[in-house]
Design a protein. Sequence first.
Length: 575
Amino acid sequence: MNMAPIALHGLPKRLVDDHLIEAQDLEVATSSAKTAKISLVQYLCEKKLISDKAIGNCAAKEFGIPIYSLEHHNSDHVPKNLIDNKLLKKHQVMPLVQRGNRLFVAIADPTNHRALNEIQFQTGIAVEPVLALYSSITESLDSWLEDNADKDIGEVLGTIDDVHLDDLDMEAVEDDEGTSDSNSEDEAPIVRFINKMLIDAIKLGASDIHFEPYEKSYRVRFRVDGILREMAKPPTNLAQRLAARLKVMSRMDISERRIPQDGRVKLKLSKNKSIDFRVNTLPLQFGEKIVLRILDASSAKLGIDALGYEDDQKALYMEALARPQGMILVTGPTGSGKTVSLYTGLNILNTPERNISTAEDPIEINMDGINQTQINMRVGLSFAEALRSFLRQDPDVVMVGEIRDLETAEIAIKAAQTGHLVMSTLHTNSAPETLTRLLNMGVPSFNVATSVNLIIAQRLGRKLCSQCRVPFGDIPDKVLTEEGFDNIGIDKSEFTIFKPGECGNCTNGYKGRVGVYETLKISPAISKIIMQGGSSIDILQCALQEGFRTLRISALRKAAQGLISIEEANRITKD
C-alpha cells in the first residue's frame, strides 16, 4: 500500500526540488527534529544530512535574501545581556545589532518562528531574522559567549532599589508532563518574564495586573491610575506555562483548571519593605485568566493628609474617629479607595490602649497591632459570625469589611450602640443613599438614626501631572455654569482650569490619583428625617442646607484647584 505524497512547501520543498534530500528522508528528519525540540535546519546540519552551505544557498533562493557573513561582523555592535545565553544556545541564533525597537538576529532558518517568538517574548523587542550559515552561527556564538560568560540577563531586566528579579520566594514550575524544574532552559524565560511584569507594575504604580488568554493572542495589562493599559503580548502557546508559573508562586493547585482559585505572593523589595499580591484565577474559554491585585501596606500609612480630604471633610472624619462609639460607613464602587480610607482610620486609632478587631474578605493589608480575621464561608465563618465573636473579646474598635445583609447590619449596629466604634463599607452611589440602603435591608429607622455617625462616599480621580499640565485657556462662563462651577464656593476669577500635557514622567498627562469625597454627618435634623421615613432626596436637601458638598461639587473643586481635569471630574462623577 503506497503512502500519500508528502505535502511540502517553503524551504523543505526547495531542499527536495534541488535533490539535496529525498522526500521520505525529509519526513523522518522532520519528525526527529520535532522530537528533539529543535528546528529542521539545525537537525539536518548537526546530523550532517545536508551541508549548511547547501541549505543556506537554498534558503537564499527561496526567500530572495543574501547570506550574511558573520566573519566580518563587528562584535562591539552585539547587544550584551539582552537575551538569555541558554536561549541562544538552544536555538543556535546570534544577536547582531539593535536599532531602536528592532533586534537583528542571525539565524539559519528564517522560518523558525518558535525561536523568533521566544526571543521577542523575552526581550519585548521586535525581532528581524538575518540569514546566515549554521556553522558560522555556532562558531561566532561560542566565541561570543566565551567572551561574555560573566554577564547575565538579570542585569538588563531592571531592579527597584536593591531588588533583583530572583528576590521572589518561589517554587519550581511544573510543566505539562508533571515534572518540576525551575532552572530548566524552557522555564527560565517564563520566570524572568513574570518577575519583570511584577517589578514593572510596581514601578508604574499599577493596582492590578491582568494575564489574559484568547484564541489567537495573549496579553498582559496593568491598571495604572484606574485605567487599563496593554503592556505585553507574549506568544499564545505559552499561556499554560505562564498560568502554571503564577499558580505555583501563589501556592495554588496547578492541576486544577476548572474552577477559580485564590492565592497570595509576597515580593521583598528590601529588608524593611515588601509588596503583597493577591492572586485570582478564572477559567475562560481559551485558558485561565489570572489577575494580581497589588497590595502595598505603605498605602495604609500615608496619613489622612495624603488622601485628598479637604480641611472640613478631614475634620469630620477625625471627629468621628475620636468618638468612643457609633458607626462610620465608607461607600463607593469597587476600586474607589474605600479600603485605604478605612485602613488610614484604623492606623490613626491603632494604639496600645485600644483593642481593634477586623473581619475582612480578603485581608488585603497586614497591620501590626490589629487583630485581623479572614472570612471563610466554607467553614461557616461569615461577617456576622465574626462580629459575634468580636463582641465576646472586649473590643474597642471593630471593622467589618462589608455590610452585605440584614444579619451583619443588625449585629454591627448593636455593637455601635453598646459602646464600640464600628467601621464598615457598603456599595452605594452616594452618602444619602447609604442610609436608605440600610433601611431597605430591614434595619429599623431608629437604629439607623442613633448609631450612624458619619458616611463617606468617595471616588478616585487621576491627578494631573504637575510638570506638564497646561492651562485650558479661555472657557466661556456659560460652559463653567453648565458644568456646575457656580456652586463650588470658589469665585471663577480665583482659579485656573488645567488640562493634561505630555512629558516623559507621566501617562497621558496624568500621574497618581487623588480622592474625591462627600462626608455626611448625621445631624439631629437628618436623624429626624430618617425616623420619619424620609427618602434619600429629603436627606440630601437637608444636608445641602447644612453645608454638605456632593461628590460632583468636590470633583469640580479639585478641578478648580488644578489637581484634576474637567474631563476626569466628569468621568468619575457625572451621570
